[in-house]
Design a protein around this ligand. Structure first.
Ligand code: GMT
Length: 390
């Protein structure tokens, strides 16, 4: 098959998943064309069967807001036409599914066709998609996709609710990890974070408000009063300064290590004892899956897609959003009891490789592509003729 993949190329779970999907598809003999404004961050070298097409946006002085979505649609159309793509796969609805729809319409006008698959990742539905500026175009683009997937049941249900589209058929295909990449034994001991004898509590994110960074600090503050521990924060974003200020107010700055943005987190996770993800919303929580693959139990929020990734009471502990006391208690109980921790760590690794291995999940995408390619396109219903009202 020939597949065009459009995603956000910078740090973030949706771009990571889209890139890993493309790389695995290429390993399986498919031809993959990434289409975005920059090379996806996990696409670092030439790989047979993988191509990158950069979207160039003209900076004409009249454009206060250069129209990236249009330039993207043009590149998607051009690549689909020239490379005879079977599938355009948009990761994150806005604006990728919309640009894909335009590209498909342009292709059809030229007598050709391509199937549009859209994967919903989370905030494209729950936050950005709810903005009145984007709601109707998001709904339209979802409805116009030939197939829709969501990364969790939670996100599928949320999409039905938020977009009032009971009839939208959404297949749930979860995110995935390569258990060999997140190999605890391989990287163990590589980093001590300056604290051989203390427990390492870790959080990795884009530090947006949805991640509830103050809760991460509050939970850690309670943990370190009971267990000698250090907090390692990886990533950067709007709430980083708030984190620094709160740590300073609580007098724990010397126990909090801020590493900033780093490309590869496998070596870091392998040296952590606990992962914190107390997010307000989380459609899936790819980083929690990566932590589990690395043998790191997770403490985070229930009532989110995390409940499908973390097995509560087995591979981690989940509590309602904002319940920092309960989260800290679970963390302390785990870190204090080595046998309990060992059991949770082993269960976390097993869960990641049994349910979410790349080898299993990418086959679900391949099957979906084959199905949608085989589906005949239903001709559009004739539109009523528009006449001027008298
Ligand atoms: O908006 C974000 O939080 C970033 C977004 C992304 O592009 O990575 O994250 C969403 O997609 C990830 C990959 O599917 C999921 O693992 C994250 O849970 C999801 N974020 C939220 O739902 C907040």
């Amino acid at each position: 098959m020939k597949i065009g993949i459009t995603c956000y190329p910078t740090y973030g779970g949706s771009g990571a998943v889209a890139t890993e999907l493309g790389l695995e598809l290429a390993r399986r003999g498919h031809q993959v064309h990434f289409i975005s404004y920059a090379q996806p961050f996990r696409l670092t070298q030439f790989i047979d069967g993988v191509f990158f097409h950069e979207v160039k946006v003209n900076q004409y002085p009249l454009f206060e807001y250069p129209p990236y979505s249009l330039a993207l649609a043009v590149t998607m159309h051009e690549v689909a036409r020239r490379e005879e793509l079977d599938i355009l796969h948009a990761h994150y609805a806005i604006p990728h599914a919309t640009a894909g729809w335009i590209a498909r319409v342009m292709l059809q006008a030229g007598g050709r066709d391509v199937k549009l698959v859209t994967t919903l990742h989370g905030t494209d539905i729950t936050l950005v998609g709810q903005d009145p500026s984007y709601w109707s175009i998001t709904r339209f683009s979802i409805e116009q996709s030939d197939r829709l997937t969501a990364v969790s049941d939670w996100l599928r249900d949320q999409t039905h609710r938020d977009f009032d589209c009971d009839k939208c058929k959404i297949d749930v295909i979860p995110n995935f990890v390569d258990p060999h990449t997140y190999d605890r034994d391989r990287y163990r001991g590589l980093h001590t974070f300056g604290c051989d004898s203390e427990k390492v509590v870790m959080h990795i994110s884009n530090f947006r408000s949805v991640k509830r960074i103050p809760d991460v600090i509050e939970i850690f503050n309670r943990i370190q009063k009971e267990v000698p521990a250090r907090l390692v924060l990886v990533g950067d974003g709007p709430q980083r300064q708030k984190a620094e200020e709160l740590a300073s107010q609580l007098g724990i700055s010397d126990r909090v290590l801020m590493l900033g943005k780093l490309e590869s987190v496998a070596e870091l996770l392998a040296n952590a004892d606990l992962f914190l993800l107390p997010s307000e919303q989380e459609s899936f929580g790819l980083v929690a899956l990566e932590a589990q693959a690395s043998g790191v139990p997770v403490v985070g929020s229930s009532d989110t897609g995390l409940t499908e990734v973390v097995e509560h009471g087995v591979t981690g502990w989940l509590h309602p959003v904002g319940e920092v006391e309960a989260m800290a208690n679970s963390a302390v109980a785990l870190l204090r009891d080595d046998a309990r921790w060992q059991a949770a760590s082993a269960a976390a690794r097993a869960r990641a490789s049994e349910h979410f291995a790349t080898s299993r999940v990418v086959t679900l995408y391949e099957d979906l592509y084959r199905e949608v390619i085989a589906e005949p396109r239903i001709p559009a219903a004739p539109q009523p003729t528009v006449t001027a009202s008298s």
